[in-house]
Design a protein around this ligand. Structure first.
Ligand code: AMP
Ligand code: MG
Length: 323
């Protein structure tokens, strides 16, 4: 379990990444994709990431055992922003049974037959689980906004397509998230903020390395031409949907190692807030356990220790260095 000193350090570390609810964000002015808290070198970073990953594993186990709260991690980024690698690294230590990951692509015809939040609702984590959205309901105010033909495909009635459709969506998303939080599902929102130059370099890498070719599509290059429109859509999204109950964190994404530390720190901080505990047993159960112990110990074969594990524990207690 994390110490209160560790918790405080993490809280301070992520503070500059948090989008103050109600503030008006202009990405280029307010967040630097190359920021890396000055005191950190990559070498320290590797160590810190290892600690973060171990902490996440510990808290995820408690979350699952307590089975009361769930966590939804929302990951948004531009192409080549590092979503896949972040998920791989940050979740590398946790029990796969306790996590779910969902990616969202261009909606299918079945999905388009429903309201726009439907497919996201279907993929929400259960209690005790950490669910990751690789892209999320925020695509509905990003790609759909930058390419309005996506909105046409959603076949909304005329009244619901009206002038303030984006304001309405921000409100609906905020309300939906508040509903989730009120019902025990914490919503953690991470935007991986990549610079245009770093995207150019990462795209080229995908072209240079044959095993990365599959990650590149002509559509990615086309989207890059809409860079400014996306920056604007992201800025609007951050300004309108960072709330007290589900704030956005803008993660500087140009350095992958730093982005991963930030992501694990923000998720860890959310878990600290939940503070999940292993369930403890009541008096009745304790009596049952004692009864079961007696029976099992009585079954020990001749010459065997009644409880070899307990014997081992006691031995270790006597000479703690020998273990
Ligand atoms: P990728 O994550 O690289 O596999 O690409 C998924 C693609 O699906 C991206 O180009 C997204 O912009 C697109 N996409 C995701 N959600 C939506 C949506 N709601 N409407 C339209 N396109 C979407
Ligand atoms: Mg892609």
């Amino acid at each position: 379990m994390a110490t209160s000193k560790q918790m405080k350090r993490i809280a301070e570390f992520i503070e500059p990444l948090r989008v103050e609810p109600g503030s008006k964000v202009e990405l280029a002015r307010d967040f630097d994709p190359r920021y890396k808290a000055d005191f950190l070198k990559k070498k320290d970073g590797v160590e810190l990431l290892r600690t973060g990953v171990a902490m996440l594993a510990d808290y995820q186990a408690r979350l699952a055992a307590q089975d009361t709260y769930g966590v939804l991690v929302v990951l948004q980024a531009l192409d080549a922003g590092g979503k896949d690698g972040t998920i791989r690294h940050v979740m590398s230590g946790v029990n796969p049974q306790g996590v779910s990951v969902h990616g969202f692509k261009v909606p299918s015809s079945t999905e388009l037959d429903h309201d726009y939040l439907w497919r996201y609702a279907c993929a929400l984590p259960r209690r005790g689980e950490i669910g990751i959205f690789n892209r999320s309901h925020y695509e509905e105010v990003l790609v759909v906004r930058v390419h309005p033909e996506n909105l046409v495909r959603q076949r909304l009635p005329k009244k619901s397509r009206g002038g303030d459709v984006w304001d309405r969506r921000y409100r609906e998303i905020n309300d939906w998230e508040r509903y989730l939080v009120d019902n025990g599902f914490k919503v953690v929102k991470l935007f991986l903020n990549l610079s245009k130059e770093e995207q150019r370099i990462r795209f080229l890498k995908r072209l240079d390395l044959p095993e990365k070719n599959w990650k590149f599509s002509a559509a990615d290059a086309r989207e890059r031409q809409r860079w400014d429109d996306y920056q604007k859509a992201f800025s609007e999204m951050l300004s309108n949907t960072s709330t007290e109950w589900a704030p956005w964190y803008v993660v500087p994404a140009d350095r992958k190692w730093f982005a991963r530390i930030c992501a694990s720190a923000v998720i860890a901080d959310a878990l600290f807030e939940i503070d999940p505990r292993y369930p403890t047993v009541g008096d009745d159960t304790r009596r049952d356990l004692a009864e079961a112990r007696k029976e099992l110990e009585a079954e020990a074969p001749k010459g065997a220790a009644p409880d070899p594990f307990l014997a081992q524990l006691e031995k270790e207690k006597d000479s703690p260095t020998s273990s």
